[in-house]
Design a protein around this ligand. Structure first.
Ligand code: EPU
Length: 337
């Protein structure tokens, strides 16, 4: 019997997989693998489904990772927090704050599970998951064993890691992550919108960022969305300088190598005339154009249509081709827009 994915994707699309299962313990993995063997179908693993866009029904098996649990340990300098993959990342941050473990607060309210966090190397307000990762625990399907991949071997980058490489998506199932959080805490106020913040306690930062996010980003419970749809593009400095000569206040962030600048995709989309765009039941969010939204009852085609339209408009106007940050899943698995 087909498995409805409606409640497993935050766009709220009415799509189906051939078969699916919520994984609450390791025994359920065995059931899923039996099914995969029997049917010869491909599989994908979902957490909260907050970073996927299904292009159509998926001809495969979906495992929804619901493994739960947190373990705490420490040495003289660090807290270590081992988190099972199915824990919601924001609730991990709140649990840490309650235990006076500070550092994760800039990642407040990012949707998604702990197991999904390393895949995209989630980040916001000047912090990234990789800043706190000690290792990622995986079920390695090559030898059917649990293994630990150290943070330095995860090739973390801006919204990327080894877990995005196609051969690894079929090989590793993330079962847990361990965070390593320095006991010596200093607030991270580097991000522009945190300057001048009065309450710079960890909880103050958490509350402020939650307020900013709530005011700018739509809740998927109200309006289906998957956060930023495209990555912020990294361009040569000369491209940025040309924009600065043509427009006032061009947001841009220097990158480590000094010769490139990361532009704000939301700004490019707005300037290309696509802020608050609506095509049928899909569009871009009126307060943040980098967010694609399901205004209610949108079909996958409508969302894909908006994404392609926006990408083409930005390419025509600026010669910059935006790349999706959200993972696009077609009937056979991950694919392009
Ligand atoms: N901007 C516009 N028009 C828009 C949207 C943005 O001019 O419609 C401008 C803003 O005024 C600002 C700049 O673009 O000067 C950047 O906007 P913002 O601070 O909202 O951040 P972003 O670059 O759009 C990134 C992450 C978000 C993260 C925020 C805060 C990516 C792809 N997105 O967004 O992450 O929350 O920074 O750190 O890197 C996500 O990945 O799903 C996500 C929401």
């Amino acid at each position: 019997m087909a498995f409805s994915l409606k409640k497993y994707n935050t766009f709220g699309l009415e799509v189906e997989a051939t078969w699916g299962i919520e994984i609450n313990d390791f025994v359920m993995f065995d059931m899923a693998f039996k099914k995969i063997k029997e049917t010869g179908l491909p599989f994908i693993v979902l957490g909260d489904g907050s970073d996927v866009l299904f292009k159509e029904d998926y001809e495969g098996i979906v495992m929804v990772n619901r493994l739960k649990g947190m373990e705490f340990s420490q040495d003289s300098d660090f807290h270590y927090v081992k988190v099972q993959a199915g824990e919601n990342f924001d609730s991990v941050i709140r649990t840490c704050l309650d235990r006076e473990i500070y550092g994760l607060e800039n990642l407040a309210l990012i949707p998604g599970t702990a197991g999904a966090a390393p895949v995209q190397n989630i980040g916001a307000y000047g912090s990234s998951f990789s800043d706190f990762c000690r290792y990622v625990e995986v079920l390695d399907l090559k030898n059917n064993k649990i293994d630990r991949i150290r943070a330095q071997d995860c090739a973390f980058g801006y919204r990327t890691s080894i877990f995005k490489i196609p051969e690894n998506t079929d090989r590793y199932i993330i079962t847990a992550v361990e965070l390593k959080i320095p006991k010596k805490w200093t607030p991270n106020l580097n991000y522009a919108s945190l300057e001048g913040l009065e309450d710079t306690s960890a909880r103050g930062i958490y509350n402020h960022i939650s307020d900013v996010r709530n005011s700018k980003l739509p809740s998927p419970k109200v309006l289906g969305n998957a956060g930023s749809f495209f990555k912020n593009p990294v361009v040569e400095k000369s491209v940025y300088e040309k924009l600065v000569s043509e427009y006032d206040h061009v947001p841009g962030y220097g990158t480590d190598d000094g010769s490139t600048v990361k532009l704000a995709a939301g700004w490019l989309i707005e300037k290309a005339g696509c802020k608050g765009l609506r095509m049928g039941n899909a569009g871009t969010y009126e307060k943040q154009s980098l967010i694609l939204v399901n205004y209610g009852g949108a079909s996958p085609d409508e969302l894909i249509g908006v994404a392609c339209f926006v990408r083409n408009k930005v390419a025509d106007k600026f010669g910059i081709v935006l790349e999706p940050e959200v993972r696009i899943i077609g009937k056979k698995g991950e694919c392009h827009l």
